[in-house]
Write a protein that binds this ligand. Structure first.
Ligand code: UD1
Length: 423
């Protein structure tokens, strides 16, 4: 077990480079299963989730080689079709192999996932969509078993623009017979990246970037080389870190057009945001002002930056309401933030944050990737020392988080924790 020890009182200043997007690369890796042969992905972040997905693919029969910022996946003609609980429970995104496996092998057996502790995150939209495409699905002994000798195009309406369901249905339908329409599809940049990748492989997809995707199934796809798009949530984390610490950070590789509302909120809080061709810079003089935020599917305010805006509001001038519409139980972070002295009350989907002049360092625990990163940011502006435990969550999504913070002037270190209690 490891923890981060964060000294309060930092002002972040300097430059940080954004890595490829976690939420994109994991799906690109899963989509590589759709074509026999060698796929090469570049701008791949060095994070735990990429290691987990590499292992998922290896156990399906692929040869996966990691290079500096790249991953090469050799997909055999005959794939195995089972993703076991051992791996899927460690990373919910493993469910992304479901669609490609049914499309490619006619069958898939994928363990029901665990993953982040942020709400129930059902799979009903994934299942209903695959059933529409002609798959037979049952659940047995903790596994989803899907079979379909050949998927057939269909009209699918999603109740909610789920990122994971849109991706699974896209990956299933590109090899289906006939036309599939996915209505109320998610529009996240990660989905556009996946569509671009599939199109380069030979898929036919119309409406990319809109909420109606029309896929004309093809007989086969061919492997390609593809560069992962930059991680907008990592870029957003650094933007909020700069504002929170009243700092001045240039976020190289960050794409402001993928973060419009999140950066607009920062401007409303008093930050200056200036973009150029290579990234953007966030500068904050003085105490931030409170900002109300409502999380929504893209292009709304991203739920993955909700913990960061809560942390900002915790030290801002005024009172703010933060409304969470995407995940139902994403308030576990609030309990940890209040341990640092934040004044936050939650009621259903809403959190009311009364800004305090200062927070006070304490031991806290990361429950998921983004909450973990936000606790580190809160620790940077708390008085004294904050120890963030369970940092393996942060390692799942942030490459070299501590090293980047140190380069920006923070006093943060990683240390081993020995559990002294025998139970
Ligand atoms: C992805 C991202 C995650 C981000 C989320 C929303 C990855 C690896 N993770 O997660 O970082 O926070 O999008 O932007 O890309 N739902 C159902 N039934 C379903 C599917 C989803 O009820 O079949 C619900 C979920 O419980 C949740 C909401 O829909 O409340 C959104 O989930 P979804 O968009 O599918 O998120 P993920 O793909 O899991």
């Amino acid at each position: 077990m490891e923890r981060f020890v964060v000294a309060g009182g930092a002002r972040l200043a300097g430059e940080v480079t954004v890595t490829g997007a976690k939420n994109s690369v994991l799906k690109l890796m899963a989509a590589s299963l759709l074509a026999e042969g060698r796929t090469q992905l570049t701008a791949v972040p060095d994070i735990l989730d990429v290691s987990i997905m590499s292992e998922v693919l290896r156990r399906l029969g692929c040869t996966v080689t990691r290079g500096e910022r790249s991953v090469t996946i050799d997909v055999p003609a005959e794939l195995k079709h089972e993703a076991d609980y051992d791996l899927v429970r460690r990373m919910r995104a493993s469910i992304a192999v479901l669609g490609p496996l049914v499309a490619r092998c006619g069958e898939a057996k994928v363990a029901l996932p665990g993953g982040d502790a942020i709400g129930s995150r059902g799979l009903d939209f994934h299942i209903a969509g695959l059933v529409k495409l002609g798959a037979h699905i049952e659940s047995e002994h903790g596994y989803l078993i899907a079979t379909a000798p050949r998927l057939t195009g269909a009209q699918v309406w999603l109740d909610f623009p789920s990122v994971g369901a849109t991706e699974n249905l896209l990956m299933a339908s590109v090899l289906a017979k006939g036309t599939t329409t996915i209505d109320n599809a998610a529009r996240e940049p990660d989905i556009v990246d996946l569509c671009d990748f599939l199109v380069a492989m030979g898929a036919s997809i119309e409406g990319i970037g809109t909420s109606t995707l029309v896929v004309e199934g093809v007989e086969r796809l061919t492997p390609v080389e593809h560069e992962t798009l930059p991680d907008r949530i990592v870029a957003g984390t650094w933007a909020y870190a700069a504002a929170l610490t009243r700092g001045d950070v240039y976020i190289r590789g960050g794409r402001p057009e993928h973060l419009e509302i999140a950066l607009d909120k920062l401007a409303m809080a008093g930050a200056q945001v200036r973009a150029d061709l290579d990234g953007f810079r966030v500068t904050m003089d003085g105490r931030p002002k409170s900002v109300d935020v409502v999380t929504l599917p893209y292009p709304g305010f991203p739920t993955d930056l909700q913990p960061m805006v809560l942390a900002l509001n915790a030290v801002a001038e005024g009172t703010a309401m933060v409304t969470e519409n995407v995940f139902e139980a994403r308030w576990m972070f609030v309990n940890e933030l209040t341990r640092l002295g934040a004044d936050v009350r939650t009621d259903g989907h809403h959190a009311v944050v009364r800004g305090r002049e200062r927070l006070s360092g304490a031991p806290v625990r990361a429950h998921d990737i983004r909450a973990g990163a936000a606790l580190v940011l809160a620790g940077l502006v708390a008085e004294g020392v904050t120890e963030v435990a369970d940092v393996h969550h942060i390692d799942r999504g942030y490459e070299g988080f501590v090293e980047s913070l140190v380069a920006l002037g923070a006093d943060v270190r990683r240390e081993d924790v020995e559990d002294e209690l025998p139970f």
